[in-house]
Ligand binder design. Structure first.
Ligand code: ATP
Ligand code: MG
Length: 575
């Protein structure tokens, strides 16, 4: 592509509402245009990268025997009602009515659509296993679209779905897809870890699920990592242990004044208690089988609630913190809530780190007062039980090793669904004995557009993007510095020669070297080739610069193509 006739505009200033580096660089380097919150136009450079990411995804999935399909953007409400998700997906799912007042939604994912396809087209075990995938636009009305392509409302996702007769077949395929994902993210040039994820209520019975997380400071996910063993898990799933806790012996339950001291930190520091000798009360509302139920979760004063563990434990469809008005109906006083409350309107869950026979500081349900000497097993009047409720944090242990917390961006997710959809949507196939049985499914997602943002988060410097060679919009940035018309002709001939072997962006705009190099660095193609009139006429040498390493070579015209080929290969272009 020659820039004099191309479409490419860079910005001098970073748009003020851009928050993370990938978003800033994508906007500044003219890759994307923000049409509205969470809605982006992919300009030519980003579109080329998007197609390259898609190609790698396709190649690896096709290699393990998956087939590409395309499902409709809209899904009729009936299918979602069959699975039960029409009412549980929440406001992320954008619902509309057509002219005949039929309800539809913009697909946020496609389990229902594919399950319907499976049940109408697959009737025998002989047609199994099978995996179909698509790469297309998904819409999720995210409450906070942000970070550019990282959390958009409209985005490109690869979603795949497999159907199996039994768990053995699903497990075997799961390993294959895990391998394909590892190849995909390796070829995309990403530093990633596959982490054990939370499978929700579905994961009971040994269903596996992994997230592929790109390690990056701006990631929104917390990953628990044990470098010594390579173990990695999503924070929501990680079972870690707190070590070195001390406890206070049981003592008499005593009320004491805590004026204006609302939090565990405030009460403990004012009265000389260790924060781990206090308990925090968190009031949650869980919607279970359509009914709201109240829970008081008790965790150590400096711990946080793991909402996913809570949701799974009580098997809720949805959970949220209780509102002020609800606290009042339960007889609880904000800033002083505690587990001595006597009511059958809530159940209390003590986190497993709480020693049921030791003393703790807790709220007294009276404004400005707390209790000390609260012994859970002795002083709890409401119905209660114990469970693991806390969020893992730095300093926790798994076995003999201390964990490390890392920030990650979820770029892929693989999931054994079991019979969740096939059962709800009444899919059956005949097994080899001619009996109708319910097959099981797996689903496999990749955030294709999010991959681009993640790649930039990992690969950039102060001057701009540093594309992995496998997904760069072009291979080579070819620029020339010189005024003579004969020299322009030489540049043209080098362009056509290189362009027949590589993807070349030819900067023939006639800009000065300063501005041209700035643009080249900002866009970050793997190799920059500069033809300088003076050098070329004097020695016949052409400059080749590697964006990633800054390495500069001087080569003759005859060696140019071979040098580029070697360098691109070293940079993983054909990985
Ligand atoms: P997240 O936890 O980040 O919201 P998710 O777990 O809801 O994602 P999945 O349903 O697993 O997402 O979707 C598959 C993949 O689609 C994710 O792994 C992610 O890479 C991508 N994805 C999900 N939501 C978005 C979004 N709003 N913008 C861009 N990519 C997204
Ligand atoms: Mg996910």
């Amino acid at each position: 592509m020659r820039l004099s006739r191309g479409y490419w505009q860079t910005l001098k200033e970073t748009p003020s509402d851009a928050e993370v580096i990938s978003q800033k660089l994508m906007l500044r380097s003219g890759l994307i245009y923000k049409t509205a919150a969470g809605l982006y136009t992919y300009l030519p450079m980003a579109f080329r990268t998007l197609k390259k990411v898609e190609k790698i995804v396709r190649e690896e999935l096709d290699r393990i025997g998956c087939f590409e399909v395309q499902m409709p953007l809209m899904t009729p409400a009936e299918l979602w009602k069959e699975s039960g998700r029409w009412d549980t997906m929440g406001p992320q799912m954008l619902k509309v009515q057509d002219r005949a007042e039929r309800e539809l939604c913009f697909s946020p994912t496609n389990e229902e659509t594919i399950t319907d396809v499976f049940r109408k087209t697959i009737s025998s075990y002989k047609q199994l296993p099978v995996c179909l995938y698509q790469i297309n636009t998904k819409f999720r009305d995210e409450i906070r679209p942000r970070f550019g392509l990282m959390r958009a409302r409209e985005f490109s996702m690869k979603d795949g779905y497999s159907l199996h007769l039994d768990k053995e077949s699903l497990d075997k395929f799961y390993d294959e897809i895990y391998g394909a994902y590892s190849n995909i993210f390796r070829r995309l040039g990403l530093e990633f870890i596959a982490v054990e994820a939370d499978g929700g209520a579905m994961a009971s019975g040994g269903a596996k699920t992994h997230e592929f997380q790109v390690v990056a400071g701006n990631g929104e996910d917390d990953v628990v990592h044990v470098p010594q063993t390579g173990f990695a898990a999503n924070i929501e799933k990680a079972m870690t242990e707190r070590r070195g806790l001390t406890t206070l012996p049981a003592s008499e339950l005593t009320k004491f004044a805590t004026p204006n001291q609302k939090t565990c930190e405030e009460v403990c520091s004012a009265h000389g208690f260790d924060i781990t000798h206090s308990l925090k009360s968190i009031i949650m509302v869980a919607t279970i089988k359509g009914k709201d139920q109240f829970f008081m979760v008790m965790i150590l004063g400096d711990d946080s609630l793991n909402e996913v563990k809570f949701k799974n434990k009580v098997a809720a469809d949805d959970i949220r913190p209780a509102h002020q008005a609800e606290l009042e109906t339960l007889g609880l006083v904000k800033g002083s809530m505690g587990p001595t409350v006597e009511t059958d309107k809530l159940k209390i869950i003590f986190d497993e780190t709480v020693d049921m026979n030791s003393s703790y500081v807790v709220g007294a349900n009276e404004d400005g007062f707390h209790f000390k000497g609260f012994v859970p097993s002795r002083d709890t009047k409401a119905k209660h039980f114990r469970a693991d409720m806390r969020l893992a944090k730095d300093g926790d242990f798994i076995g003999e090793h201390a964990i490390t917390m890392k920030k990650g961006i979820e770029v892929g997710h693989i999931f054994q669904l079991g019979d969740k959809y096939t059962k709800a949507m009444k899919v059956t196939v005949l097994n080899d004995k001619g009996q109708a049985v319910t097959p099981i499914m797996g689903c496999y997602g990749i955030g294709v557009s999010r991959v681009i943002a993640s790649s930039i988060e990992q690969n950039h410097d102060e001057n701009g993007i540093i594309w992995p060679a496998s997904i760069a919009p072009y291979d080579v940035y070819l620029g020339y510095i010189g005024k003579a018309p004969e020299f322009k002709d030489i540049a043209e001939s080098i362009f056509s020669e290189l362009n027949s072997q590589f993807e070349v962006l030819f900067d023939d705009r006639g800009m000065g070297p300063g501005a041209m190099f700035k643009d080249a660095d900002l866009l970050g193609l793997p190799i920059r080739v500069t033809l300088g009139e003076r050098d070329f006429n004097a020695t016949g040498e052409i400059e080749v610069k590697i964006r990633k390493t800054g390495e500069t070579l001087k080569v003759k015209k005859e060696e140019l193509a071979a040098t580029i080929k070697t360098k691109l290969s070293e940079l993983g272009k054909w990985a």
